[in-house]
Design a protein around this ligand. Structure first.
Ligand code: SF4
Length: 407
């Protein structure tokens, strides 16, 4: 039998977010105490000032019933499959839950996209990270808000859980989203949707479940259950424990499209990824790749030739942007000297072959939309042939990073 709802449904939109500078620094990757230089300081100021004016953070909370009987996890009649969340709620003695949705607002996601389009990667990165920092801060402040709301009912919140966390598959994001949005008493302040990947759009949004337990002295003294450890509400007079920052695992869109349409058959890409591609991943997340193309000249008796394509990609968090490219004859190859164009003008031909593809500086995903002709010739005598081969190298690399099962 479901308990009567005692915690009112709540939608908060008209408030400001003040992310502590130390938390923003931490998410930017700086060690504690690091003093940013002038340029970094300016980027931080630019981003936080922009958000203070244009940011539209929001929080939605609603209480829901909880049934943990028969090893099932049922929230408001909807069954979820997360043994970890089930154990977390059962061990804490949760009797109900609060469903939560928070967002940093679509304006910052739009700003990130615009900065990226305008080729301002630094500004883009700082906006992206600030969006994540806002969501972390919203979640950290939720315990305090739930404490406020649930205190009259003698309840308190325990640390939250979200789809995509260890032990709760991100594919259940859809189910949680339907549960939350199917019973809205207040419309959310902006359109929110779940993509087929399980990610939320706009990004910098998060859905979560907070267990509610009886507010007893024992519960308030139990390590791991003390909500104050995850609550950033500084002026609270009831605080029982110091705030311990717990990073919110904000699901990010995958850096590469996973259901890509290639111009080349996947079977061929798989074979080339195995036989012709060599990938090194660096400590900072950058990726160096070498793709060997083997063909033959179209005339002069069809001499075999081989070229090496070298590509450096940015880390996944930077959408594997194409940072550097090079294309040179493979060591020991002499067939390239038999190409008609080379015989006409060697220097001009080699300079043309070395030209980067047009997606240099863009995310690797741009290979999927680069319009080019497919040309089967094995030589490099014209621009269409050269573009076609860059396409083969980049599609093989895209396939290897996004589609190929990891061994
Ligand atoms: S500090 Fe503790 S008691 Fe105070 S609002 Fe936060 S979680 Fe509740």
């Amino acid at each position: 039998m479901s308990s009567p709802s005692q915690v009112p449904e709540t939608l908060l939109t008209d408030f400001t977010v003040d992310v502590p500078r130390a938390e923003y620094h931490r998410l930017l990757g700086y060690p504690p105490g690091h003093q940013p230089d002038e340029r970094i300081d300016a980027l931080i100021h630019l981003t936080t000032a922009w958000y203070a004016t244009h940011g539209e953070p929001w929080i939605y909370l609603r209480e829901a019933t909880l049934d943990l009987s028969d090893d099932r996890l049922v929230i408001d009649g909807v069954t979820f499959n997360s043994p970890k969340l089930h154990a977390h709620l059962r061990e804490a003695g949760a009797t109900r839950v609060m469903l939560a949705a928070v967002g940093a607002g679509s304006a910052i996601a739009d700003r990130s996209a615009n900065l990226w389009r305008d080729q301002k990667p630094d500004e883009y990165f700082f906006a992206e990270v600030y969006g994540s920092a806002v969501v972390e801060h919203l979640v950290a402040s939720l315990s305090g808000r739930i404490c406020d709301l649930a205190e009259p009912a003698g309840l308190m919140a325990i640390p939250h859980y979200s789809p995509g966390y260890a032990g709760w598959d991100v594919s259940e994001q859809n189910r949680l989203f339907d549960l939350i949005t199917g019973h809205l008493g207040h419309a959310l302040p902006e359109s929110l949707e779940v993509l087929s990947s399980g990610m939320l759009k706009p990004k910098k949004s998060l859905l979560g479940v907070f267990g509610l337990i009886e507010r007893t002295p024992e519960a308030l003294a139990t390590p791991g259950l003390i909500p104050c450890e995850r609550c950033a509400f500084e002026p609270c007079q009831y605080r029982r424990a110091n705030y311990i920052h717990a990073a919110v695992a904000l699901p990010e869109p995958p850096p590469l499209t996973t259901n890509a349409q290639y111009t080349v058959a996947r079977k061929a890409l798989g074979k080339w990824a195995d036989q012709r591609l060599h990938i090194d991943t660096h400590d900072d997340g950058r990726i160096s790749a070498r793709f060997r193309f083997e063909g033959s000249t179209c005339s002069n008796m069809g001499h075999p030739l081989a070229f090496d394509y070298r590509i450096v990609l940015a880390p996944a968090r930077d959408a594997h942007r194409v940072l550097e490219t090079a294309c040179d004859p493979a060591p020991g190859d002499t067939g390239y000297q038999q190409q008609c164009a080379y015989l006409r003008d060697a220097d001009d031909t080699m300079a043309s072959i070395a030209e980067p593809p047009p997606i240099l500086g863009q995310p690797l995903d741009a290979i999927l939309t680069w319009q080019r002709e497919t040309r089967q010739s094995g030589c490099y005598c014209d621009a269409t042939s050269r573009a076609h081969k860059w396409g083969l190298a980049l599609e093989t690399l895209h396939y290897a990073l996004s589609q190929k099962p990891k061994s």
